[in-house]
Design a protein around this ligand. Structure first.
Ligand SMILES: [Zn+2]
Length: 60
């Protein structure tokens, strides 16, 4: 097993990976099933501003 030489000007991949995780789990846009509008993103839940529909985020 040999070490691979690191490319000098490579963009750090962790940053992108983190963004992808956020995009997939946290910033994933959820719609209200009643009003068909985007839910407001709160700390532990997503809330519809129109009807008050709430979805709690699941912790893994
Ligand atoms: Zn709603």
């Amino acid at each position: 097993m040999g070490k691979k030489p690191k490319p000098k000007n490579k963009v750090p991949s962790k940053r992108w990976e983190k963004y992808k995780i956020e995009d997939n789990r946290l910033i994933r846009e959820r719609m209200c099933p009643k009003c068909n509008v985007f839910l407001a993103n709160h700390k532990d839940r997503l809330v519809c501003g129109k009807c008050g529909y709430t979805e709690f985020k699941k912790k893994e």
